[in-house]
Structures are given as structure tokens and as C-alpha cells.
Design a protein around this ligand. Structure first.
Ligand code: ZN
Length: 348
């Protein structure tokens, strides 16, 4: 089969790799239907992750059709269309039952060393019954927009929502989202459509992303970063906010979130740090702030979000503004790296 392979900074190529096969009785093999490039893939692509070896597999976001199941797989059947979160999990242990499947002792990330990546023709899915969520009706029930939204559930929709959940925002509240990438935009959508926030302020300096943010439920756009952004938010709201989502993962975004919060406020952080941002503890202490951060347990949110997608009116897949055939995966990386695309989907 063919899979995308990291060849070094700025270089992604498609190579022949061994076919995905069952190696444990709890595995399934899934034929990929749609996959995509994640903002976090770009850290490796840009060479920011010095430990990413040339020859690595790529991609942790995919949906597909089950081709083969191991002897102990009970729920997932051959022919099912399934959504897999970006990390697999057993979904039976205490940690999984607590709803933090990304911390499961049996978890791992698709595309990491030793695992098949989503940016390939097929994927071995460990703990298939725990990991996969079956789409009722399968491919026949899905149009292109539905497939895009199901794909978004594998990571960005759940990650954005998780940021909003961690920030403590509830129905009728106001919340500020820092970051206008696919995750930040989905934090807006999650805060608005799922959690019922009344006022959602998106910090965005890109007109196209701000426009989608408004369609996702942002009531206000603040086109400024740093101290200027902090002041603009306070002026807009008439006070500092109590709930902030940090969806970038770099030190500037952390500083902005901490500076922006009202005493007693909470920041929910889902931006993946790659450059070791240091948490400024003194402002946290002085402000009695709560800092919550977490890799989103997409598997926890998936059943509910899947129902929302299939019911209509909740369309996280709108973040995909470019779709390319899998053969053009290198261009998909370039388009996202150069910010010509918010998020690029790959069709197989
Ligand atoms: Zn578990």
C-alpha cells in the first residue's frame, strides 16, 4: 500500500510501505476514505521537532471503512464506516471511564513510530472496539460535507470543544478564544453550539478565518494580539473575561491568556506546546487563576458529536477549505504551511 512519508524538513513523499495487517486479535484494518493534515503535523514538517526521523509515517486524522477485524473484535464489523480519534484507546480502563481516553495506559497516536498513519491507504487500528465509533448508515448515508465533518471529529472538533470545556464556559457565559486555526475555530463552535455560550470573542488577525469564526458563532472578533489584544478584549467586554481558551500552544498565546483573565478566571489550553512555553506561575498565583490543559479525549466526545453531525446543523468540517487527492499530499502540507489553507483534506 502507499503512505505519506516524512523525508526531512519541508519534504513529504508517497512511498510503498507494507500493507496494514492485523497483529493482535483486538485490531481492525481500516481502509482510509478521507484523511487530513493537522496543524500539529506542521511542527514536524518544519523541522521544529528535531527527533522526528526521516522515514516516519504521517497523519493521525482519518475516517475509513473496516476491511478486516481480529478474532476478539465484537462491535466493529467489516464494511462499517468508522471514525477513529487521533489516539487509540481500550475504552474500558478506569482512565477511559473517567473520560480521558488520551491518557489511557493502552493509548498511542496514529502516525507515531510503529503505528500506521492516517495519511496512507490503510491503517491498523489497535483496540478497534474501544477506538472506533461506527457511523450508522455507513458511506451511503454520507454526502461530501458529512464526510468532512466526521473527519473533523477525529481531532479538531473535539480538541476545540475540549478547550472550551476546560475553560469552564457554560450556557449563557462569555468566553474568549485565542487562536483562529482549525482548533480555535472549533473552540468557537463548541462553546457556542455545544455548550451554549452567549458571547464568544475570537482573537483573529485573518479576515477569512474570522469570517468562518462568525459563522461558527463568534459574536465579536478582536484583530489584535499581545497587550493590545488584552486591552481590546477588556474594552469590548467592559471587564476582563472569566473564561479563555488558548488554542495556539506558544508562549505568546499563553502570556496573552494569563494577562487577559479576570482574577479567579480559568484558561483551557489545548494548543500543543512544541517550544517549551513556561507557565508564568506568579501571575497565576496572584490572580487566583486556574490553568487547565489537556490532550483532547476525542473518543469521549465522539458519540455525542457524531449524533450532532448526522442530525445536521453542526458542521465542524467547514474548516476544510481545500480538498486534494491523496497523491498530492505534499501540496497539502505546503498549502497549510504557507497558510493558503486553514485545513486540507485528502481524498482517497
Ligand atoms: Zn483505557
Amino acid at each position: 500500500m502507499k503512505a505519506a512519508i516524512y523525508q526531512g524538513p519541508g519534504a513529504v513523499e508517497i512511498h510503498d510501505v507494507p500493507d496494514a495487517t492485523l497483529s493482535r486479535p483486538t485490531d481492525a484494518v481500516v481502509r482510509v476514505v478521507r484523511a487530513c493534515v493537522c496543524g500539529s503535523d506542521l511542527w514536524g514538517y518544519r523541522g521544529v521537532l528535531p527527533n522526528k526521523p526521516s522515514g516516519s509515517r504521517l497523519g493521525h486524522e482519518f475516517i475509513g471503512v473496516v476491511e478486516e477485524v481480529g478474532a476478539e473484535v465484537r462491535e466493529v464489523k467489516v464494511g462499517d464506516l468508522v471514525v477513529a480519534p487521533f489516539q487509540w484507546c481500550d475504552n474500558t480502563c478506569e482512565t477511559c471511564r473517567d473520560g480521558i481516553q488520551t491518557s489511557c495506559p493502552n493509548t498511542g497516536t496514529f502516525g507515531a513510530a510503529g503505528a500506521d498513519g492516517g495519511q496512507g491507504e490503510a491503517v491498523r487500528v489497535p483496540f478497534a472496539d474501544g477506538t472506533c465509533v461506527v457511523v450508522p448508515g455507513g458511506m451511503a448515508a454520507c454526502d461530501e460535507a458529512t464526510l468532512a465533518s466526521l473527519l473533523a471529529l477525529t481531532d479538531v472538533a473535539a480538541t476545540g470543544l475540549h478547550g472550551a470545556v476546560l475553560s469552564g464556559v457554560e450556557r449563557g457565559d462569555e468566553v474568549v478564544v485565542i487562536g483562529d486555526g482549525a482548533v480555535g475555530l472549533n473552540a468557537v463552535l463548541g462553546a457556542s453550539a455545544v455548550l451554549g455560550a452567549e458571547r464568544v470573542v475570537l482573537v483573529s488577525t485573518h479576515d477569512d478565518r474570522a469570517a468562518l469564526g462568525r459563522e461558527f458563532g463568534a459574536t465579536d472578533i478582536v484583530p489584535a494580539r499581545g497587550d493590545e489584544g488584552v486591552e481590546a478584549v477588556a474594552a469590548l467586554l467592559g471587564r476582563k473575561p472569566k473564561h479563555v481558551v488558548e488554542a495556539v500552544g506558544n508562549p505568546d498565546a499563553w502570556d496573552m491568556a494569563i494577562a487577559m483573565l479576570r482574577p479567579g478566571g480559568t484558561v483551557g489550553s489545548v494548543g500543543v506546546p512544541h517550544v517549551r512555553p513556561e507557565l508564568p506561575l506568579f501571575p497565576v498565583l496572584r490572580g487566583n487563576l486556574t490553568v487547565r490543559a489537556g490532550l483532547a479525549p476525542a473518543r469521549h466526545y465522539l458519540p455525542d458529536l457524531l449524533q450532532r453531525v448526522l442530525a445536521g446543523g453542526y458542521d465542524p468540517g467547514r474548516v476544510f477549505d481545500l480538498t486534494l487527492p491523496f497523491g498530492e499530499v505534499a501540496e497539502a502540507y505546503r498549502a497549510m504551511d504557507e497558510r493558503r489553507s486553514i485545513k486540507t483534506m485528502l481524498a482517497f
